[in-house]
Design a binder for this molecule. Structure first.
Ligand SMILES: Nc1nc2c(ncn2[C@@H]2O[C@H](COP(=O)(O)OP(=O)(O)OP(=O)(O)O)[C@@H](O)[C@H]2O)c(=O)[nH]1
Ligand SMILES: [Mg+2]
Ligand SMILES: [Zn+2]
Length: 301
C-alpha cells in the first residue's frame, strides 16, 4: 500500500500527499482509529489505500517523532515562533511561554520577528528598535537563532529560507503577527488568506482556521497554523518548567539540591547566575511567574 504525508485535515477528510508527488488524495480515516481513541494529525506519515472513486482511506499511522496539541501537528521538528514588532507588539512573556512549550516537546525553535518595515520614525521607533536589539542579543546568547523580517519588503527572507530547508517547520504565534504572510512571501505563487489587524482591538482576526503543510524550496514543509496566545502548562501536562529554560537547565546540575526550584534554595546556581547578570532578568521573572501560574492552575487538574 502507498505511503504519504497528511498535509491538511478538514471536515473529516485527510489530504494525503504521496511520497512520490502528485496532488494530495482526499481520504477518510479508518473507523478503528476512533475506537482506539487515535486521531491522524497533519504531519503524520501514513499508509493509505485508494478507493475506486479516487478517494482513499488512511489505514495506518506510522510512528511519530513528535506530537503537539497546540497547534495540532505531528512530526514537526522545528518551531518558528513568530512575533511582530508592532501591532501586535513584541511580548517576551509570550515568547518565553512558547519556548517552554517547544522545549517540553523536544523541538528546536527559531524566533522570527516580523513587520520590521512598520517601525515608525522618531523616538517611539527608536524605543522599539532598542527593545528588538536587546531581545535579539538575549535569545541569541541562549542559543536561539533570531531572524528579523518583513514579509512585505523581503527583509530576512533568504536567512529564513536557509533555516527552514529540509525541516518540517511549524509556525506558531498570535493572530495577526503575519504567519500566513510569511508563508506567502516564502512560497512563490501561494496566496493564503491574510487579514488586516482589527482597528478596534489591535489584534488579528483569527483568519487561518486549520493547520496546513506547504512544500518549501530545498525540501521540507512549512505548516501555517491558526493564531493562539493562551498556553496553560498544567493543562498541557508540563511540570518541569525549569528544564524548559535552556540556560537554566545547563546550570541546574550544579545547584546544591536536586529538584531545586531556583527560587529560595541556598547554593542555587541559577540564582547566582541571575545575580551576576548572566541570566536575563526578564527570563528569570517570567520563570517565577510561570511557576506561580502553574501551581494555581494545577489544582484544577
Ligand atoms: N507592514 C507589514 N505588514 C505585515 C507584514 N506581515 C504581515 N503583515 C500584515 O499583518 C496582517 C496580519 O497578517 P496575517 O498573515 O494574516 O497574520 P497571521 O499571523 O496569519 O494571523 P492569523 O491567521 O489570524 O493567525 C495583515 O494585514 C498583513 O498584511 C509585514 O512584514 N509588514
Ligand atoms: Mg494566518
Ligand atoms: Zn537552583
Amino acid at each position: 500500500m502507498p505511503e504519504g504525508l497528511i498535509v491538511k485535515a478538514l471536515s473529516g477528510y485527510y489530504y494525503v500527499q504521496n511520497v512520490e508527488g502528485g496532488l494530495p488524495i482526499q481520504c477518510r480515516g479508518r473507523g478503528i482509529f476512533k475506537k482506539r481513541g487515535e486521531s491522524p494529525l497533519v504531519g503524520d506519515r501514513v499508509v493509505y489505500s485508494e478507493t475506486e472513486n479516487g478517494e482513499g482511506t488512511v489505514e495506518q499511522i506510522l510512528p511519530r517523532t513528535s506530537e503537539l496539541i497546540r497547534p495540532q501537528i505531528a512530526n514537526a521538528d522545528l518551531a518558528i515562533l513568530v512575533f511582530s514588532v508592532v501591532r501586535p507588539e513584541l511580548s517576551l512573556v509570550l515568547l518565553d511561554k512558547f519556548l517552554v512549550h517547544t522545549e517540553h516537546a523536544g523541538m528546536d525553535a527559531i524566533i522570527v520577528l516580523t513587520k520590521m518595515d512598520r517601525i515608525p520614525e522618531g523616538p517611539e521607533g527608536e524605543g522599539i528598535r532598542g527593545a528588538i536589539d536587546k531581545a535579539k542579543a538575549l535569545y541569541t546568547s541562549i542559543g536561539y537563532q533570531v531572524v528579523l523580517t518583513s514579509a512585505h519588503q523581503g527583509e530576512g527572507m533568504d536567512q529564513l529560507r536557509e533555516a527552514l530547508a529540509g525541516h518540517i517547520n511549524m509556525l506558531a504565534g498570535q493572530s495577526g503577527v503575519g504567519k500566513s504572510s510569511l508563508v506567502n512571501a516564502l512560497v512563490p505563487g501561494l496566496k493564503l488568506e491574510t487579514n488586516e489587524i482589527s482597528d478596534k482591538l489591535g489584534r488579528g482576526k483569527h483568519t487561518t482556521r486549520h493547520v496546513e503543510l506547504v512544500p518549501i524550496d530545498g525540501g521540507g514543509y512549512m505548516a501555517d497554523t491558526p493564531g493562539f496566545s493562551q498556553l496553560d502548562f498544567a493543562e498541557l501536562g508540563i511540570d518541569e518548567i525549569g528544564s524548559c529554560f535552556r540556560e537554566f537547565a545547563k546550570l541546574s546540575a550544579t545547584c546544591k539540591f536536586r529538584g531545586c526550584t531556583h527560587t529560595h534554595e541556598p547554593h542555587c546556581a541559577v540564582l547566582q547566575a541571575k545575580d551576576q547578570g548572566i541570566i536575563g532578568e526578564s527570563r528569570y521573572d517570567n520563570y517565577v511567574n510561570f511557576m506561580t501560574e502553574w501551581k494555581e492552575n494545577k489544582r484544577r487538574y
